[in-house]
Design a protein around this ligand. Structure first.
Ligand SMILES: [Fe+2]
Length: 367
C-alpha cells in the first residue's frame, strides 16, 4: 500500500490512511545532505503480521520476531522510495525496551516470572545480535550509548574548583575505578556528537587503558556519605542536592534531625514545582505514616501539579520525634518526563487520590 506523503520544512512524513495516528516513518534532511530516518509505531510480531500480511502471528519468539520487524522497516524504505535495503543505511540506532513475560503471573509465581523474564531478555539480545551479525555484518553496534556527565552543584565549589566546607560531602567521598575492563585486538569506535557520527579504526582495543587522567572519569558515591543539612526550621529541597547534570538535578534525602524549634511546623510546604518534573525513589526508612508510599515506591509528581503534606499531617507531626530515618533519592528534570509502557504497567492509580482518601494520617519530610 503506497504511502501518503506530507512535507514540512526539512521533515517528510510517510503515512497510510486519511487520519492516521502515527506516521510509519519520518525523514529529516540534515545540513550535510545526510538523511535521518525515524521508524515509528512498530514494536514486534503483532505489528509485523499486519504490515507484512502474514497469516501467522509470531509473538515472544525473538529469533523469528526480530527479523520480521526489520523486514517491515525494509518494506517501508522501499515503499517510500528511499532505498531497497537496510544495508544501504549507514547507521542504525535501536531503542529497545525490556520485554515483559505474558506468563506466568508474577503474583502467583514470582520465581517463574523472573526466570521467564531472564530467558526472554537473553533471547531478544541474541536475536538482535544475530540479525546484525548475519544480515548487516558491515554495520557497527546497533546500540545507542548516551553518556551524561554528572557533576556536583556549582555552589558547592570554591573558585579554585575545590569543594567547600559547606558542601554535604568532600572529595574523599568519591571513589575512582579500581578495576578496569580489558579488551583485545583492533576495534572500530563510533563517536556520535549531536547528529554526526564519526568512525575510527583503532589498532588496539579502547579499553586497554592503564588509568584515568584529567578531570572527567567515572566515580562512585555512596549516599550514606551524604552529610545532611538540617535546620531549626524547615529547609527547602535544594539543601539536599547532590549532583547536577544537563537539565536535571539529583537530591539525597537521608536520616537527619528535623525542624527542632518548638514553634517550627515540621512539614514541607505545598508547592507545584513549576520548573520541573519530580521523581522520587523511596529506598529505606519507615513510611508507614504516609499514605500511598512504602519502601521501594517510585512517585512522579508532574510539574505544575500542586502537592504536599496529606490531610492530617500537621496534627500527626506535633507528637512525632523531630527526626526522620528516611532514605530516598530524587531526580528533578527540567523537561517533562513521559512514562514508558513498562512504567505504565506498575502505575498505582490510587496514589493521586491518597490526599483525600481515608487511612493513616500521613507525614513525611519529603514533598
Ligand atoms: Fe514536590
Amino acid at each position: 500500500m503506497p504511502f501518503n506523503v506530507k512535507k514540512r520544512g526539512k521533515l517528510t512524513y510517510y503515512y497510510q490512511g486519511e487520519r492516521p495516528v502515527l506516521s510509519a516513518l519520518v525523514t529529516e534532511e540534515l545540513p550535510d545532505g545526510d538523511l535521518r530516518i525515524y521508524f515509528s509505531g512498530l514494536t514486534g510480531g503483532y505489528s509485523a503480521k499486519g504490515i507484512l500480511n502474514r497469516e501467522e502471528l509470531v509473538s515472544m519468539d525473538p529469533k523469528r520476531e526480530i527479523p520480521l520487524v526489520f523486514e517491515c522497516w525494509e518494506l517501508w524504505l522501499k515503499e517510500a522510495g528511499i532505498c531497497d535495503s537496510l544495508q544501504d543505511v549507514d547507521f542504525i540506532e535501536v531503542h529497545a525496551f525490556g520485554c515483559q513475560p505474558k506468563s506466568p503471573n508474577p503474583l502467583v509465581d514470582p520465581a517463574g516470572y523472573a526466570a521467564e523474564q531472564e530467558r526472554l531478555r537473553a533471547a531478544y539480545a541474541e536475536a538482535y545480535r544475530g540479525f546484525f551479525a548475519e544480515r548487516l555484518p558491515d554495520h557497527g553496534l546497533p546500540a545507542r550509548f548516551t553518556v551524561h556527565l554528572v557533576d556536583v552543584p556549582d555552589r558547592y565549589r570554591a573558585r579554585n574548583g575545590q569543594l567547600t566546607e559547606f558542601a554535604p560531602f568532600c572529595e574523599r567521598d568519591f571513589r575512582a575505578p579500581d578495576e578496569l575492563e580489558h579488551g583485545d585486538g583492533p576495534a572500530e569506535v563510533w563517536l556520535k556528537r549531536q547528529s554526526m557520527v564519526s568512525r575510527y579504526m583503532l589498532d588496539h582495543h579502547p579499553w586497554d587503558v592503564v588509568g584515568w587522567d584529567g578531570t572527567v572519569y567515572p566515580v562512585a558515591f555512596n549516599i550514606h556519605d551524604f552529610e545532611a543539612r538540617a535546620g531549626r526550621f524547615h529547609v527547602p529541597p535544594p539543601i539536599h542536592q547532590t549532583f547536577q547534570a544537563h537539565n536535571l538535578v539529583i537530591c539525597s534525602f537521608v536520616p537527619r534531625k528535623l525542624d527542632w524549634d518548638p514553634e517550627a511546623v515540621m512539614l514541607p510546604y505545598h508547592h507545584s514545582n513549576l520548573d520541573s518534573d519530580e521523581v522520587l525513589y523511596y529506598v529505606d526508612g519507615n513510611y508507614a505514616a504516609r499514605r500511598g508510599i512504602k519502601q521501594g515506591s517510585f512517585t512522579h509528581h508532574v510539574g505544575g501539579v500542586p502537592h504536599g503534606p496529606q490531610p492530617g499531617a500537621l496534627e500527626a507531626s506535633l507528637d512525632r520525634p523531630r527526626e526522620t530515618d528516611e532514605l530516598a533519592v530524587m531526580v528533578d528534570t527540567f523537561r517533562p518526563l513521559h512514562r514508558t509502557s513498562v512504567a505504565r504497567q506498575v502505575f498505582d492509580k490510587e496514589y493521586p487520590f491518597s490526599w483525600h482518601t481515608g487511612g493513616v494520617r500521613g507525614t513525611t519530610s519529603i514533598a
